[in-house]
Design a protein around this ligand. Structure first.
Ligand SMILES: Nc1nc2c(ncn2[C@@H]2O[C@H](COP(=O)(O)OP(=O)(O)OP(=O)(O)O)[C@@H](O)[C@H]2O)c(=O)[nH]1
Ligand SMILES: O=C([O-])CC(=O)C(=O)O
Ligand SMILES: [Mn+2]
Length: 610
């Protein structure tokens, strides 16, 4: 047997054992332990440029930043290739793909066998959340993708300090194994040429919840390959959270300070590409109000000794949807990427070495290189073809965000006053509705619906139920997950629990245009939410919950007619009656795992709608 050259080592005996087992299976040429140093990342970026994966952007535009174009078939999360392999099928529930773990490993092992031949195997020790947390949440990702190393270094705290702490504690950690599935030697040992974006037609994104392990094969893209993010921080962590009485949620965390200096922290769950990053960085249009960011995608929430629910953002970077992000809509995201040290995937490029995407500027540049690498002029966009892929992304350090709240660094997080659920609905769902109580709010979350987006492969614009915006991310039985929400409410003092609201920035008028201007103007809705918490504003009780009367919403200086505001807030009983059979159909899919309290809420809604 040939020996594999190795850079780095560990005193963590169990980790050393796992790494050598994986190396024996995947047969890389070299094993490199990622330290996270600046020198190391310069080397990795240079390697990626040499391989054609990265194109360096102009230093005077985006310093220390790179452009990457993926394989056109590897542009988003692949939900149909994503599995929860619990020992018992029932624990995966109806919302997940399942295979018996033993059978799945028998399927995957032959794929991973020799899959890293000719490549470097990187070992990335990382921690989600703070290294100084009472119980640091460790992970190790083994990957044969240098692009993943460069991205993980932005998205999570990685490297030598993490490994040292793991060694000190001989700590448990989540095992993430990732291969792009493109070995550089074939079965007969012949050399295979590399390509800029190696991946495989065969893709598997597999979770073994009981083992706290992830095996990801065949994709190099975002949520499929950066295993700390959706795979660990949501799918595996949701199982840990169920077992240990906390919550792992697909939520942004926002700090709001009123003109009087009152501080509130709000968490919000919207499905992928439905506005979390934008709301997390909102520039409020309301005089005297200040908004700051704690998190933009994932919230881990635990109860404090005072009985309140505290949220931390376990991530270290932002992996944001590029299209639609511009100086008009999200100037803070623009300032974050201008600071450089970022990776842009599947965006378009300008002639002066910068990046561009639809919605960044009002005017489209005269000439671009599109995400396929072809020349592109505005005429090419006349048929709706875009220069940037709709799910193109920026990957950027969160510490560069001008609105980052100091509390981001608080290992125990911030106490949450309100939770918003929201989705993309052209009809039916009003701008904002307050739930009567935690159980009713859980019903809001359980029946949350949204039109599908480009963040996952598959049809776009189809309404689907997306409970708590977690449909693709619940690592166990969705009925049990809803039960966990309900019992969390039961076990704690409801007066200290966050109040729950449903929002919809995406309702449209008869002419097809948005009824609500959204973005910075969403601060007006947040103000109503906070005033409700403080009991200083009115509402009207409707069959679906509490809605602001037109006079309850601060629309000072807003360029909308009273009729337009009323249309955004309207509860159309007829539309809601049409919603009932859709909710019924959704609930029926749960079989006997649907908690009775949600059936009760459904019956109440039905009754109130008459
Ligand atoms: N009309 C309208 N569009 C919005 C609003 N907020 C966000 N968007 C658009 O929705 C798209 C996705 O927004 P993001 O904030 O990136 O969504 P996200 O929830 O963070 O998405 P993931 O990162 O995939 O989880 C972008 O094109 C935004 O411009 C809003 O208030 N109104
Ligand atoms: O995970 C990804 O690839 C991107 C993302 O944030 C999402 O889809 O929610
Ligand atoms: Mn986002």
């Amino acid at each position: 047997m040939t020996t594999i050259s190795t850079r780095g080592t560990t005193r963590h005996t169990e980790l050393a054992q796992w790494v050598s087992e994986v190396a024996a299976l995947t047969t890389p040429d070299e094993v490199v332990w990622v330290t996270g140093s600046d020198e190391e990342i310069r080397e990795i970026n240079a390697l990626l440029v040499q391989a054609g994966t990265f194109v360096a952007l102009a230093e005077d535009k985006k310093p220390d930043s790179f452009y990457a174009a993926s394989d056109p078939d590897d542009v988003a999360r692949v939900e149909d290739r994503t599995y929860i392999c619990s020992a018992d099928e029932k624990d995966a529930g109806h919302t997940n793909n399942w295979m018996d773990p033993v059978q799945m490993k028998a399927t995957l092992e032959p794929l991973f066998a020799g899959s890293m031949a000719g490549r470097t195997m990187y070992v990335i020790p990382f921690v989600m959340g703070h290294l100084e947390a009472d119980e640091p949440m460790f992970g190790v990702e083994i990957t044969d993708s240098a692009y993943v190393v460069a991205s993980m270094r932005i998205m999570a705290r990685v490297g030598a300090p993490v490994l040292e702490k793991m060694e000190e504690l001989e700590a448990d950690y989540v095992k993430g194994l990732h291969s792009v599935g493109a070995p550089l030697r074939d079965g007969d040992g012949r050399v295979v040429a590399d390509v800029p974006w190696p991946c495989s037609e065969t893709k598997y994104i597999v979770h073994f919840p009981e083992e706290r392990a992830i095996w990801s094969y065949g994709s190099g893209y975002g949520g499929n390959a950066l295993l700390g993010k959706k795979c660990y921080a949501l799918r595996i962590a949701s199982v840990m959270a169920r077992d240990n009485g906390w919550m792992a949620e697909h939520m942004l965390i926002l700090k709001l300070t009123s003109p009087e200096g009152a501080v509130h922290y709000i968490a919000a769950a919207f499905p992928s590409a439905c506005g979390k990053t934008n709301l997390a960085m909102l520039e409020t249009t309301l005089p005297g109000w200040k908004a700051e960011t704690v998190g933009d995608d994932i919230a881990w929430m635990r109860f404090g000794e005072d009985g309140r629910l505290y949220a931390v953002n376990p991530e270290f970077g932002l992996f944001g949807v590029a299209p639609g992000t511009g100086y008009g809509t999200n100037p803070n995201a623009m300032h974050t990427i201008e600071a450089g040290h970022s990776i842009f995937t599947n965006v378009a490029r300008t002639d002066d070495g910068d990046v561009w995407w639809e919605g960044m500027t009002e005017e489209t540049p005269e000439h671009l290189i599109d995400w396929h690498g072809n020349d592109w002029t505005p005429a090419d966009g006349e048929d709706g073809t875009t220069a940037a892929h709709p799910n193109s992304r920026f990957c950027t350090p969160i510490e560069q965000l001008p609105t980052l709240a100091q509390e981001y660094y608080e290992p125990n997080g911030v106490p949450i006053s309100a939770i918003l659920f929201g989705g993309r609905r052209k009809t039916t769902v009003p701008l904002v509705t307050q739930a009567r109580d935690w159980q009713h709010g859980t019903f809001f979350g359980a029946t949350l619906s949204s039109e599908t987006t480009a963040a996952a492969t598959g049809a776009v614009g189809v309404v689907r139920r997306d409970p708590m915006a977690m449909l693709p991310f619940i690592g166990y039985n969705a009925g049990d997950y809803l039960g966990h929400w309900l019992s969390t409410g039961k076990q704690h003092d409801e007066s200290k629990m966050p109040k729950i609201f449903l929002v919809n920035w995406f309702r449209r008028g008869e002419d097809g245009s948005f009824l609500w201007p959204g973005f910075g103007e969403n601060a007006r809705v947040l103000k109503w939410v906070i005033d409700r918490l403080e009991d200083t504003v009115g509402a009207e009780e409707t069959p679906i919950g509490f809605i602001p009367r037109p006079e309850d919403l601060d629309v000072d200086g807003l360029d909308l007619t009273p009729e337009q505001v009323a249309a955004a807030l309207a509860v159309d009983t007829e539309e809601w009656r049409e919603e009932l059979p859709l909710i019924r159909e959704w609930f029926d899919k749960f079989g006997d795992s649907l908690p009775q309290q949600l059936e009760d809420e459904f019956a109440t809604l039905q009754e109130r709608l008459g």
